[in-house]
Design a protein around this ligand. Structure first.
Ligand code: C2O
Ligand code: CU
Ligand code: CU
Length: 496
């Protein structure tokens, strides 16, 4: 076991199981019921406890995998917060190494954003109060420890966060019945059934990808749904894998939400690309009662289109020979009933088009893996490079350097470029509007508000901040391929 993982798991109470016992059990256990994470209502003022702990989780029948999570062995509860209310949290770190907890997508000040400066030492607690004032939607939280985010999220320090908005109505909202949280991640397992991970060489350059797909911590699970309209809240919580999701019967689905809330009206689709950090809400009609399977196309996001060779890593088993693989399945329970019987023409409580006006300033961000590639080669054929070398505007993340100083409340145009491969670019503490990509102008009604956007060549977005962050706790922008982020593809900015 590598030193990194040992530190994270030490003291977790995880015991080594006898290898002989485990070896026969390492077949993937697809087809278990979809786990529905417990909900923690963080709406109260009493202080909601979120405790980072170590433990064991049975991904593969008969084998105990050492993992970490919040309040449970792997991942955390779904946190629900309410627009117009405040949420007081008490985050306690029971692990043996420092963590942070970042609220990805929440519009909150730097002091409570939970970025890499808000370190929670082992045994310590952090008690932020979050004032929730943004469109209802699907967000998430995860550790953001500098240079350790990839490991922390991989071993389980992440969860979904839902902001409820009284303005929203007319959508399925029975949690776990016709309103399903789906945290999609890929993982790899070693011969003993422990999680396997690497952040060096090819796994650094492409980001780490596993050959098993988990939804809410179960391998390719089966959801049981009523025969009618069901709302799916999808979160790509993977370190690096980009999914192109579709149903095996090519059924239509209707996208109703993006990172920053609900769209003005449903958008009919048969496929959707979801990059790490991105969320989408769908309505799917299961009234035909037929079972269906959610699949994904393989991730082709490799440096220089795979020309480096041999860098793709393990892919999940293909279902049809063209590389498409299973994510999860849906089965219909004819006895259950659905809440809504027709697709709404428009969505009440949709996130409004922001009145950005004309941008007063333009900033450029160029995301580059080049330095890490060269560094790796210098140390012998991509062997090293785990220490950094990924850059934005030629600089690797430096905790002591403020890259940008952004005035409060002013609209800016940010132009983001990527070379050699695509990068999901994420900005803290706000939602932005993507106005143009290399493919052309972007329609707000279809794209909605975003906080993470896959940059393949070039993206232009409008952004404005209404919360402050000082030099002690600045905000971050970064690539959400976590291996890239940890290797320096991140910058920090103040707002004031
Ligand atoms: Cu989801 Cu700065 O991260
Ligand atoms: Cu974030
Ligand atoms: Cu990247």
């Amino acid at each position: 076991m590598d030193v990194a993982r040992r530190t994270l798991l030490r003291g977790s109470g995880a015991a080594l199981a006898a290898p002989a016992l485990l070896r026969r059990a390492v077949a993937a256990q697809a087809g278990a019921p979809l786990p529905i994470p417990p909900v923690v209502d963080a709406d109260g003022t009493g202080g909601t406890l979120l405790e980072a702990i170590g433990g064991e989780h049975e991904f593969l029948a008969g084998s105990r995998t050492r993992v970490v999570g919040f309040n449970q062995p792997f991942l955390g509860p779904v946190l629900r917060m309410r627009r117009g209310h405040s949420a007081r949290l008490q985050v306690r770190n029971r692990l043996r190494e420092p963590i942070t907890v970042h609220w990805h997508g929440l519009h909150v000040p730097g002091e409570v954003d939970g970025g890499p400066h808000s370190v929670i030492e082992p045994g310590a607690s952090w008690t932020p109060t979050l004032e929730i004032d943004q469109p209802g939607g699907t967000y998430w939280y995860h550790s953001h420890m500098h240079r350790r985010t990839a490991e922390h999220v991989y071993w389980g320090l992440a969860g979904m966060l839902i902001v409820d908005d009284p303005a929203q109505s007319g959508l399925p909202s029975r949690y776990g019945v016709d309103d399903l949280p789906l945290v999609i991640q890929d993982r790899a397992f070693d011969a003993r059934g422990d999680l396997a991970y690497s952040k060096r060489g090819p796994s650094l350059m492409t980001g780490f990808r596993g050959d098993r797909i988990l939804v809410n911590g179960a391998i390719e699970p089966v959801a049981t749904v009523p025969p009618g309209w069901v709302r799916l809240r999808l979160l790509n919580g993977s370190n690096a894998r980009i999914y192109t999701l579709f149903f095996d019967d090519e059924r239509e689905f209707h996208q109703i939400g993006t990172d920053g809330g609900l769209l003005p009206r449903p958008v009919s689709r048969r496929r959707l690309v979801l990059a790490p950090g991105e969320r989408a809400e769908w309505l799917v009609d299961f009234s035909d009662r037929g079972p269906t399977r959610l699949l994904s196309l393989p991730d082709r996001n490799l440096p220089m289109g795979g020309m480096m060779g041999g860098m793709s890593g393990a892919e999940p088993p293909s279902v049809n020979g063209d590389g498409a693989f299973g994510v999860m399945q849906f089965r219909v329970d004819g006895q259950a009933s659905a809440t809504i019987t027709a697709l709404p023409a428009s969505i009440a409580g949709a996130a409004p088009l922001p009145d950005f006006g004309e941008p007063v300033r333009r900033r450029r961000f160029e995301l580059d893996i080049h330095g890490a590639m060269m560094g790796g080669m210098g140390r012998g054929m991509m062997g090293g490079g785990a220490g950094g070398g990924m850059t934005i505007n030629g600089r690797s993340m430096d905790m002591g350097h403020i890259n940008e100083r952004v005035p409060l409340g002013q609209t800016e145009l940010w132009e983001v470029r990527s070379a050699m491969m695509a990068h999901p670019f994420h900005v803290h503490a706000t939602s932005f509007q993507v106005i143009r990509t290399s493919a052309g102008p972007v329609d707000f009604a279809e794209a909605g508000l975003k906080d993470t956007v896959l940059v393949d060549d070039r993206v232009e977005l409008l952004v404005r901040f209404r919360h402050r962050a000082d030099e002690r706790r600045p905000f971050m922008y970064h690539c959400h391929i976590l291996e890239h982020e940890d290797a320096g593809m991140m910058g920090q900015f103040t707002v004031g």
